[in-house]
Design a protein around this ligand. Structure first.
Ligand code: PLP
Length: 499
């Protein structure tokens, strides 16, 4: 199919050029001037005519793809969308979730052609076939029958009260946390919880602490507040307490972000002594700690022996802002989680939530409350735990092929990630690019950097969205790719013992 004629765009200084390009094509797509199925100009050609970098065009097309106005197909171009293409979701690698802007450019700049059927060992998000759709349909229908229009108004900013009460019971029964509904806020996902805490507690020029490496979404929030970040390394016990105390003593940060169980990306958990030490430092220096509990429920090796940080928090001097979301355990589109605030900062946290989005969806909160109370949550969690444990064991087994090439890792006790140290001389970025082009995605370590350390000697592998066979095949492919990079020109093909 022939592509469209290109009309030069008169750029202004009001917004970035990629946005102006996207807006120009959005008008043509929405008005139907570009018909469904019609091919948009090739990236390089459009970039040449408009005299912009091809990354600018890629970003413009990404924006259109994000709005589902176009479909990007690897190798054959970008097409006007007219219907939801089943292949679209698979071929569109969710770079927004995993990569900061510079990383997006890293990938797009090199124009990796990722095959549509690539195995995704990069994402932490469960694949949509795991979502409990029928249970939710039932809960939604029940809510609408029961509450009618009342379910569709604004809800209390702190959240639908019956849901807050149900969550408090869940926290006491399953997480060892005593909480009252008054201190609990319903939030639209953990990302919003981190944002609310940062809005409530950080002003420009304040300091905040991040584990190094960490989840990039938290680093982005702190940066958006104009806060300076202190990166503290992790060790086998959790966070390096000596380094942490030195940094905290010097800069007096207001806030720290951590994941005490199955940290993202290292998959490690804090030891009991690290948890107590961390809380001691927070109390001594008046720092609040965000504990992001994104998958503590996925513990495989043994039952919990070390309590969550929040369960160790002292009611007379509470320091922990506990955040739990159900994105990784149920489905991310639910956009429901909760946050438990220490009493002294509760008012500020409530104001920050109100300022952010007034309230989380009342309809979804009501449906979620029914879902929790019906017992469907326990059932689903048991199913997910079994499924992920099985994938975890398959992954552990398959990883012996990478170990034999010199990759090292500490087997985690649960969660969905493995953090691998690469053999000397092998670059994670280079491995990522070559493996992606060859049909398997992993996450290069630099995505999680927060300080000076680059982590180009690490990759993260995730089992959230790949089935057992894909895990086996994906790791086999990774091992073959790594072997070919370590022994270029040699005929030695790495043979995985599992295939
Ligand atoms: C550790 C961690 N925290 C928070 C989030 C954001 O999740 P949510 O969908 O709950 O906002 C993610 C998403 O990948 C994550 O990995």
């Amino acid at each position: 199919m022939e592509s469209l004629d290109i009309v030069p765009i008169q750029f202004t200084d009001i917004s970035p050029r990629y946005q102006q390009i996207a807006e120009y094509y959005e008008d043509l797509l929405v008005s139907g001037t570009i018909a469904p199925g019609e091919k948009l100009p090739a990236i390089r050609r459009l970039a040449a005519v408009l005299q912009v970098n091809s990354v600018t065009v890629v970003k413009a097309y990404d924006l259109l793809a994000h709005k589902q106005l176009v479909i990007k197909t690897r190798g054959s171009g970008v097409f006007a969308a007219g219907r939801k293409d089943a292949d679209f979701d698979r071929s569109h690698f969710n770079s927004d979730e995993l990569f900061r802007d510079d990383e997006i450019q890293l990938i797009h700049g090199t124009e990796i052609d990722i095959p549509a059927e690539a195995i995704n060992l990069a994402t932490a998000t469960p694949s949509s076939d795991l979502f409990p759709v029928s249970h939710f349909r039932k809960a939604l229908n029940e809510v609408l029958d029961r509450d009618g229009a009342e379910a569709l108004g604004y809800d209390e900013s702190s959240g639908y009260y019956p849901l807050r009460e149900t969550v408090c019971t869940l926290l006491a029964d399953s997480y060892g946390i005593a909480a009252s509904a008054e201190h609990l806020q319903i939030i639209s996902g953990a990302q919003q919880g981190i944002d609310i805490a940062a809005k409530a507690l950080l002003s420009p020029k304040d300091w905040a602490v991040l584990e190094d490496p960490t989840y990039p979404g938290a680093a982005a929030v702190f940066a958006s507040r104009g806060a300076g970040t202190l990166s503290v390394f992790l060790n086998r016990e959790g966070i390096d307490l000596v380094q942490l105390e030195a940094a905290v003593k010097r800069h007096r940060p207001k806030l720290m972000y951590c994941m005490s169980d199955f940290q993202n990306p290292t998959a490690g958990s804090c030891s009991a002594s690290c948890r107590t030490g961390l809380l001691d430092i927070a109390r001594t220096y008046g720092m609040y700690i965000i504990e992001d509990d994104y998958v503590s429920d996925l513990r495989f090796s043994q039952s919990r022996t070390v309590p969550l940080l929040k369960a160790l928090d002292r009611p007379e001097d509470p320091r922990v802002i506990y955040i739990k979301s159900f994105s990784k355990l149920i489905m991310p589109g639910l956009r429901i989680g909760f946050l438990l605030s220490p009493a002294p900062i509760l008012r500020k946290m409530l104001q920050a939530k109100h300022m952010t989005d007034i309230s989380s969806s009342g309809l979804l909160q009501r449906a979620f409350e029914l879902y929790l109370r019906s017992g469907a949550w326990e059932e689903h969690l048991a199913y997910r735990r079994k499924l992920y444990e099985s994938r975890f064991r398959v992954c552990l087994d398959a990883l012996s092929s990478l170990e034999s090439l010199g990759f090292r890792f500490t087997p985690p006790e649960g969660g969905v990630h493995f953090w691998l140290t690469l053999p000397e001389g092998l670059s994670a970025r280079a491995l990522f690019r070559k493996a992606a082009a060859g049909g398997v995605l992993c996450t290069p370590g630099n995505v999680f950097r927060t300080g000076n350390r680059d982590y180009d000697d690490h990759i993260r592998i995730s089992t959230a969205a790949a089935g057992e066979e894909d895990i086996r095949r994906g790791i086999h492919l990774l091992a073959e790719t790594a072997a070919s990079m370590m022994h270029p020109g040699s005929d030695i093909h790495h043979r995985s013992p599992i295939l």
